[in-house]
Design a protein around this ligand. Structure first.
Ligand SMILES: *Cc1c(COP(=O)(O)O)cnc(C)c1O
Length: 360
C-alpha cells in the first residue's frame, strides 16, 4: 500500500489495499496468478505455500483485523487449522451455540478422544470463566449462530490470557467493519470468507488472522501441510467482493435493524433475536413449526437457502440441518439481510407471514 496502512480508515483499506504499486503502466486491478510452482531461488517456491493473489487478500484482511491473515480453502479449513492448536488430550471450551459445522467438528474431536470439549452459554460470563482453568482453547462466536447471544469478549479474552488459554473468535457474522476481536484480546480470528467478506454467494473460502508470530507460524504450517489452500480465482473473486464490504455492511445492518423493529411488532412473530448490530437476525413464530415451514415456502424476494453475507437476502429454518443442536427452537428462522431495498424485503415478509392462505 502506498501510504501507512495505520493512517487509513477501514473503508479506504478495503479499496486501496492489496493492489500493485502505482508505477506508470502498472495494472490497477490485482492480477490473478495461476501457477503451481515458481522458478527456484525465491519464496514461495511452490503454490501450496504461497500465491501473490493470496498475499493481496491477506494484506487487506490482516490490516483490517490488526494481524497477519492466512487464506484457506473454506471457513471450515481455517477452523480446523485453528482448532488443531489444541494439543492432544487438551480441553476446548466452546459456545453452546456455534456454527453447526464447528459444533460437528468439536463433537468429532471429542468422540475420537482427541480433545475434551466443554460447551458453555457464551452470554453467561461466570459460566465461561468457571470452565477456563486447565483449558487449552476458548472458542467463541459473538453474536452466536443462530441464537445471537453476545459474549463479553474483553472480559473473557483477558481471563483466558491469564489462564494461558488461547482464545479463537469466529468473526464471520460481524466482520472487522463492526468488530475487531484481536483488539479486544482474542489471539486468533477465523472467518468464513464465503459470507460477508466475499459477499456475493459465489465463492467458498476461509481465513485466519493473528498478531502472535508463534501462532501465525503454526497456522501457516498447518495450511501448507494439511493443504487446505484456496484457488487463485476464488481468492481474486473474494478480494474483489471485499472492496465493497463497508457499504454492503452498512446497508445490510441498516435494513436488518429496520426489519427487526417491525418484526417485533408483527403478530405472527413471537420473538426477534437481533443483537442491535450487523445484518443477521433470527425470529421465532407465533404459529410455531408449521408457520416457519410456510414462511420458507412463501417468500419470493428472499431465498430459502442456507448461508449468509451475500448481496442476496436469505432465510432458513436452522433445525432442518441434522448438525444443529436441539436447544435451537424448531421454528427459529435465521434471516441474512442483503442489500435489496428494505421495503421490498419487508413487503415480501409481510405477505409470507399472512395468516391463512396456503403456501404457493
Ligand atoms: C459458514 C460459516 C462457517 C463455515 O464456513 P465455510 O466457508 O462454509 O466452510 C463458519 N462459521 C460461521 C459463523 C459460518 O457462518
Amino acid at each position: 500500500m502506498p501510504q501507512h496502512p495505520d493512517d487509513l480508515r477501514p473503508e479506504t483499506v478495503l479499496v486501496a489495499g492489496g493492489r500493485p504499486d502505482k508505477a506508470p503502466g502498472a495494472s490497477l486491478s490485482t492480477p490473478v496468478t495461476f501457477t503451481s510452482t515458481y522458478v527456484a531461488g525465491g519464496d514461495p517456491d511452490y503454490a501450496r505455500s504461497g500465491n501473490p493473489t493470496w498475499s493481496s487478500f491477506e494484506e487487506v484482511l490482516g490490516a483490517l483485523e490488526g494481524g497477519t491473515a492466512l487464506t484457506f480453502s473454506s471457513g471450515m479449513g481455517a477452523i480446523a487449522a485453528a482448532m488443531s492448536l489444541c494439543p492432544p488430550g487438551g480441553t476446548i471450551v466452546a459456545g453452546r451455540h456455534v456454527y453447526s459445522g464447528t459444533g460437528g467438528l468439536l463433537e468429532q474431536l471429542a468422540a475420537d478422544g482427541r480433545c475434551t470439549v466443554l460447551r458453555v452459554p457464551v452470554d453467561d460470563t461466570p459460566a465461561v470463566l468457571d470452565a477456563l482453568p486447565g483449558a487449552a482453547v476458548l472458542w467463541l462466536e459473538s453474536p452466536s449462530n443462530p441464537m445471537m447471544e453476545i459474549a463479553d469478549l474483553p472480559v473473557l479474552c483477558e481471563a483466558a490470557r491469564s489462564a494461558n488459554v488461547i482464545t479463537v473468535c469466529d468473526n464471520t457474522f460481524m466482520t472487522p467493519i463492526l468488530q475487531r476481536p484481536l483488539s479486544m484480546g482474542a489471539d486468533v480470528v477465523v472467518h468464513s470468507v464465503t459470507k460477508f467478506l466475499a459477499g456475493h454467494s459465489d465463492v467458498v473460502m476461509g481465513a485466519t488472522v493473528t498478531a502472535d508470530p508463534d501462532l501465525h507460524g503454526k497456522l501457516l504450517a498447518r495450511r501448507t501441510l494439511h493443504g487446505a489452500v484456496p484457488g487463485p480465482m476464488e481468492t481474486w473473486l473474494a478480494l474483489r467482493g471485499m472492496r465493497t464490504l463497508a457499504v454492503r455492511m452498512e446497508r445490510g445492518a441498516h435494513s436488518a435493524a429496520t426489519l427487526a423493529r417491525r418484526l417485533g411488532d408483527h403478530p405472527a412473530v413471537s420473538r426477534v433475536r437481533y443483537p442491535g448490530v450487523g445484518a443477521m437476525l433470527s425470529i421465532e413464530l407465533t404459529g410455531g413449526l408449521p408457520a416457519a415451514l410456510t414462511l420458507e415456502q412463501r417468500v419470493a424476494v428472499w431465498t430459502n437457502a442456507t448461508s449468509l453475507g451475500g448481496v442476496e437476502s436469505l432465510l432458513e429454518r436452522r433445525r432442518r440441518h441434522a448438525l444443529e443442536v436441539d436447544t435451537v427452537p424448531e421454528d427459529l428462522v435465521r434471516l441474512a439481510v442483503g442489500i435489496e431495498h428494505v421495503e421490498d424485503l419487508w413487503a415480501d415478509l409481510v405477505q409470507a407471514l399472512e395468516p391463512g392462505a396456503d403456501p404457493a
